[in-house]
Design a protein around this ligand. Structure first.
Ligand code: SAM
Length: 235
């Protein structure tokens, strides 16, 4: 009996996250992250999603396509543990893992079928632009939500006290942006979860960073517990 299987993507994600830096570590940490799941090939038919709008949340199964060819190790160093302690890869949600399959519970905001293209509007995603989706299942609270579950080293939501402000230039770009992007809320939530690498967080002094969200280059500075967005430039 073969234990090798072929898997076909049913679609891909059109996401505001254009690079891995600044993507939250789990879904729903940045609730204002909006994305579209674009169905491809034979899956681009309304029949596949009939009734899905009755569900508020979905499980997405996907491929960590950006890093899938980089292999894995049986032991990984979860960032939460400061990068020192090692845990078995199956005791973590690490991206570098056998088969490179990820899972995220996300919010379903809408179902669209326009000009022959089927798509789902999603909220709270933690996925890179272009991520291939291999399956979708409805989230079932009566079974999937376990109030008495324990979660070891990842028992609580990562918490930071970072505050965020915007320069006049940045605020003006936000004010003129498409309201559907909820850009101010989105950038604020991304920065509040402190996307800096762990070793930078303990460094003193003002630090400068850049990232791309949607079609914007965003530059900001971090001073202690405060983020100040210096500039938002349309690409
Ligand atoms: N919720 C998923 C899970 O538990 O399987 C993903 C968790 S993983 C720790 C989240 C990280 O995956 C993000 O911070 C981002 O850096 C990375 N990521 C997201 N999409 C990716 C992709 N298509 N390829 C490689 N890495 C990706």
């Amino acid at each position: 009996m073969s234990s090798q299987y072929q898997i076909t993507a049913i679609g891909h994600i059109r996401s505001p996250y254009k690079q891995k830096f600044a993507i939250p570590r789990q879904p729903r940490l940045v609730s204002a992250a909006r994305a579209d799941l674009i169905f491809t090939d034979e899956f681009n038919r309304e029949e596949f999603v009939r009734g899905i709008e009755e569900f508020s949340h979905l499980w997405l199964l996907f491929r960590f396509h950006e890093t899938a060819d980089k292999g894995y190790s049986p032991l990984v160093r979860p960032p939460r543990l400061g990068g020192n302690a090692r845990k078995g890869v199956f005791a973590t949600r690490a991206t570098f893992r056998p088969n490179a399959i990820g899972m995220s519970a996300v919010e379903l905001l809408g179902v669209n079928y326009q000009h022959g293209q089927l798509s789902l509007r999603l909220g709270g995603i933690d996925l890179l632009d272009g991520t291939p989706i291999i399956d979708i299942k409805p989230y079932l609270p009566y079974s999937d939500a376990m109030m008495d579950a324990s979660a070891g080293f990842a028992d609580t939501r990562p918490y930071t006290q970072m505050s965020v402000s915007f320069s006049e230039q940045a605020q003006s770009v936000i004010d003129n942006s498409d309201p559907a992007l909820v850009l101010e809320q989105f950038i604020t939530q991304v920065l509040q979860q402190d996307p800096r690498p762990a070793y930078k967080k303990s460094q003193a002094g003002v630090q400068h960073y850049g990232m791309t969200l949607y079609d914007f280059n965003i530059r900001w500075q971090v001073d202690g517990e405060h983020n100040h967005v210096l500039e938002i430039c349309p690409l």
